[in-house]
Design a protein around this ligand. Structure first.
Ligand code: RIB
Ligand code: CA
Length: 309
């Protein structure tokens, strides 16, 4: 049975790998790619999504541009990690694909309302588009089968010590999504920091001598340079495909249900995913929070899928 998904992303080197995995995996029916401001301005993340799909010959998936800034806060980007283009590193030909004329929020609403309630949302950037769609048309909420999102941290963040980037950019949007009442799998830094694109992984991609796998390897080389420079990582964590992998095979992450609240008030901890590990709050355990990744199976899934592109 194929999983119908909408990938909401901010390409972004790791978002690009998530696009390739979602578009090519036999158990995924990628209904649409919606883009949002995050790693870079939404015009750039959208252009990057078009470039990835054009290069990988992904031509039947509508790509729609979304929100240019968070619900309340100014837009904040991650040029230190992803570069000025949002996907610096390899030369990527200009896309020969047309952007959908429909705004991402309207496309999300249209697809969900017309669905049988069998669409999983896979956000891998700030949650601005999803939250805006819920605010604009609350009737979509019961139509969301599930949400598998890359974001948050049980412990230390990666932008502040309290917050992970996707949640930090738009905490108000994250609060709306985390409280929407639909089944949520949160794939936090504790999981994605195990998905390290080591030189051996890059070599396996390059050894195939296939255009898409070589493109992914080139992306990861740049990603490795910035992650080493900024964080001192020996290899970059490829965050976003973990959220797609968790839809394909939920057992690829170990997870525990717990209440998760989003800090939106304190400037010191804004964007924190407050994970109630010990059940001390009176809140329902509404989120399945990942804490470990089956690393070998993850890379086997990603590499085998990219090599079959
Ligand atoms: O914190 C990592 C997340 O922020 C990833 O989704 C990356 O692409 C950036 O969006
Ligand atoms: Ca992302």
């Amino acid at each position: 049975m194929k999983h119908k998904i909408i990938l909401d992303c901010d390409p972004g080197h790791d978002d690009a790998i998530a696009i390739l995995l979602a578009a090519r995996h036999p158990q995924i029916d990628l209904l649409a790619i919606t883009t949002v401001a995050g790693n870079q301005a939404v015009e750039k993340t959208t252009h990057n999504a078009l470039k990835v799909c054009s290069l990988a010959n992904i031509r039947t998936v509508p790509i729609a541009m979304g929100m240019a800034r968070p619900l309340l806060r100014p837009a904040r980007h991650a040029a230190n990690i992803h570069g000025l283009s949002g996907m610096d590193g390899p030369h990527i030909p200009e896309p020969d694909l047309a952007l959908s004329p429909i705004h991402a929020v309207d496309l999300l609403i249209q697809l969900l309302l017309a669905s049988a309630g069998d669409i999983t949302l896979v956000p891998t950037g700030p949650l601005t588009n999803i939250a805006t769609a819920i605010k604009q048309e609350p009737a979509i909420v019961p139509k969301i089968k599930a949400i598998s999102l890359m974001g948050g941290a049980i412990g230390v963040g990666n932008v502040t010590s309290s917050a992970e980037f996707n949640i930090w950019v738009d905490p108000e949007a994250a609060a709306i999504v985390f409280n929407c009442g639909r089944p949520i799998t949160m794939v936090p830094l504790e999981v994605t920091h195990q998905a390290l694109a080591t030189p051996a992984i890059v070599a396996r991609l390059r050894a195939a001598q296939q255009p898409v796998a070589t493109f992914a390897a080139d992306l990861l080389v740049f990603f490795a340079e910035t992650y080493q420079h900024v964080f001192g990582f020996a290899a970059p964590p490829v965050h976003d495909p973990c959220a797609v992998a968790a839809v394909i095979d939920p057992t690829i992450i170990q997870a525990k249900h717990m209440p998760v609240a989003i800090e939106t008030v304190s400037e010191l901890t804004a964007g924190r995913t407050v994970c109630d590990l010990y059940g001390t709050s009176s809140q329902p355990p509404q989120v399945r929070v990942g804490y470990a990744l089956a690393v070998e199976r993850f890379w086997e899934m990603v590499i085998s899928t990219l090599l079959n592109s």
